[in-house]
Design a binder for this molecule. Structure first.
Ligand code: MN
Length: 354
């Protein structure tokens, strides 16, 4: 299948990745009207894909929360966050998410055939699960436009397990700057190797060296920092380190760490729970004692200019669903979470222009 044809099949118009009829209809329509005016959304979106090859900055929605496990709802992150973004980008659309699936590795042949039939109405060899599709989407976007810088919006953090590998393939000495309250370094959780708590452990062996990963904002862990640094050889900057030494000093240490490794290209993965729950509570596992928004901003602003930021993601945004009367709608989310996430996302988008 041709690259363009793959995207036609595995993606859908922005906001449509969560498969619903009535829920959040108004918000999808608002977004689509803003993008395509009064044109028929599906055909306007299809037509727009021809500008992908010339777009320096691409936004991809990955509305999958099957990899989460405490509080779900991050499938609504891409729709909600788009309202808060001010930077320029080309919106390539959403992954078509079957909400009961995670990765094709977990499926039998019969199920894959059934879902293929439902999604594509034909026999083909396209994957069907959100993570498998997200990886193929990033590969395909980079094939169509090798210079594209991709900003993806999750989804729970398992989506990064799919979003990062194509960048590692393209940039063999890739550095990863990972903001999170948690290490995401479990090798498996309840026997599942691909989920929100394991993605970093599975990306790590594919990196040129464990010191190609820097984790910032960690504070909820069953183990102390030394345990993780010794076990995996990575570097962690816990939120307490940021409070004790200040974000400028921590930035210097991250820059030195990446420079020691000869790193030029960096991917930023941002789990919104890195930010203190006082500012960002609309997420699956809000945690106190976290970074304040300006501290995360300073670290991005200080580190980014030293490297070529090739891609980024913002994950775990969950504007929880409420019921008003008989009609389920998206509740007005705790706005501060989205104001903060919007600001940080705009910052990451801006780093693409360096
Ligand atoms: Mn995470």
């Amino acid at each position: 299948m041709e690259s363009n044809d793959i995207l036609n099949h595995i993606l859908c118009p922005p906001g449509d990745g969560v498969f619903t009829v009535e829920t959040a209809k108004e918000r999808k329509e608002t977004l689509q009207k803003k993008l395509y005016g009064d044109e028929d959304c599906k055909s306007a979106w299809l037509k727009s894909l021809s500008s992908l090859k010339d777009s320096p900055t691409v936004l991809l929605g990955v509305p999958s929360d099957t990899g989460g496990g405490i509080l779900r709802g991050a499938n609504w992150g891409p729709l909600a966050l788009r309202e808060y973004l001010k930077e320029d980008y080309f919106d390539v659309g959403d992954i078509r998410v079957v909400p009961h699936l995670l990765h094709d590795n977990y499926l039998n042949t019969k199920t894959i055939e059934n879902v293929r039939q439902a999604l594509y109405q034909k026999t083909c060899d396209l994957p069907v699960s959100p993570l498998s599709l997200a990886e193929l989407a990033v590969e395909t976007i980079l094939e169509i436009n090798p210079k594209a810088k991709i900003f993806s919006v999750g989804g729970d953090h398992s989506v990064s397990a799919a979003l990062v590998p194509p960048f590692v393939k393209k940039y063999p000495n890739l550095g990863i700057l990972h903001f999170d309250a948690h290490t995401d370094l479990l090798e498996e959780r309840l026997g599942i190797d691909k989920c929100f708590a394991t993605w970093a452990a599975h990306i790590l062996p594919s990196l040129d060296h464990p010191k190609n990963m820097a984790q910032v904002g960690i504070r909820r862990s069953g183990q102390v920092k030394e345990f993780w640094e010794k076990k995996f050889g990575i570097s962690q900057y816990w939120s307490q380190d940021v409070f004790d030494q200040g974000p400028d000093e921590i930035s210097k240490q991250i820059i030195a760490q990446f420079n020691d490794r000869g790193i030029k290209d960096v991917y930023i993965s941002f789990d919104i729970d890195a930010i203190d729950s006082e500012y960002a509570s609309a997420t699956g596992t809000p945690e106190t004692g976290g970074l304040r928004p300006h501290e995360a901003s300073i670290i991005i602003d200080s580190v980014a200019p030293h490297f070529n930021i090739v891609g980024a993601d913002m994950v775990e945004l969950a504007p929880f669903i409420n019921h008003h009367g008989s009609k389920p709608t998206l509740a007005p989310e705790p706005s501060s979470t989205f104001e903060v996430a919007g600001l940080l996302s705009d910052k990451m988008l801006a780093t693409f222009k360096n």
